[in-house]
Design a protein around this ligand. Structure first.
Ligand SMILES: [Zn+2]
Length: 285
């Protein structure tokens, strides 16, 4: 993107925020008074200064975002996000950081920074790529055979307090899978194998791609039955108190910090997004 386009975009976003400022402030005050402040969970993929692409953010951009979030929100664990949803009451902004896929270079800067600052993080990986060391097909096709994390890296991260989560075996679109055996292998068997590899139980799961059409009600049921405590989608929605805490909605950790600030500050356009979405699972109220 050219600098001119970027400047125009930033200007437009700032203008939008200024023009809606009083509405936002009133809305935010109402939500705080009613204990209905939304809870934000972000997803990132790869933090590195080499091989820029649509799913990579530079080290500087990532640190800049963490600094801003530190000043404007509270970092909490996945469990605390669920606790606040279950409690049905949340008065303050909070954010949880997650990563998807499992890129080795995250261990060069992003993960050490999170550990140093004691920022809770859930790190979702796809088993086959960890086991074989093969790059993701979309990276290979783009001429960027970027290395996935090793088992040793995942063990070290887990020992340092990073929560390792499951992200299927082969990173398929689970919304398109109808064969129950294939579905069970991707969501349950691969999760148990990952737990064996890192020698720690896996508590959370993230759906590849994460849009509503990529979710699968049968997979929700299988995961709940297998004792998984929470699953993630990724279509840009907030979480609200009193929603089903089993299904955590996530927002893209966008490289454009002005956009991220807008989303995390309270974007009125997001208040109804996915709010009534209900995906059946046993025992859900
Ligand atoms: Zn993914």
């Amino acid at each position: 993107m050219t600098d001119v386009v970027k400047t125009i975009r930033d200007f437009a976003i700032d203008a939008y925020r200024v023009s809606t400022g009083p509405i936002r402030q009133k809305k935010e005050a109402d939500l705080r008074r009613n204990g209905q402040v939304p809870l934000s969970v972000l997803f990132y993929h790869r933090i590195a200064d080499s091989h820029p692409n649509g799913w990579t953010m530079t080290r500087y951009q990532f640190k800049e975002q963490l600094d801003w979030m530190d000043d404007n929100s509270t970092f909490v664990s996945f469990e605390e996000i669920q606790n606040r949803i279950t409690k049905g009451h949340n008065e303050s902004k909070c954010v949880h950081i997650t990563f998807d896929d499992g890129y080795a270079e995250n261990c060069d800067f992003a993960i050490p920074l999170l550990i140093e600052r004691q920022i809770p993080c859930t790190y979702f990986v796809s088993l086959d790529f960890i086991l074989t060391g093969r790059p993701f097909p979309h990276d290979a096709a783009a001429g960027q055979p970027l290395p996935p994390n090793s088992i040793e890296q995942l063990k070290e991260m887990a020992a340092a307090g990073i929560e390792i989560g499951a992200h299927t075996r082969t990173h398929p679109d689970l919304g398109a899978i109808t064969d129950p055996d294939t579905l069970r292998d991707e969501v349950v068997t691969a999760t148990l194998e990952l737990a064996d590899l890192i020698e720690k139980p896996i508590r959370y799961f993230a759906f590849p791609f994460g849009l509503p059409e990529n979710l699968n009600a049968d997979a929700f049921d299988m995961l709940a039955d297998a004792g998984i405590q929470g699953v993630c989608s990724a279509f840009g929605a907030y979480n609200f108190p009193e929603q089903d805490p089993f299904h955590i909605r996530r927002i893209h950790g966008d490289p454009e910090i002005s956009r991220l600030k807008n989303w995390l500050s309270l974007d009125p356009r997001k208040l109804d997004l996915g709010r009534d979405m209900e995906i059946h699972r046993p025992g859900a109220s």
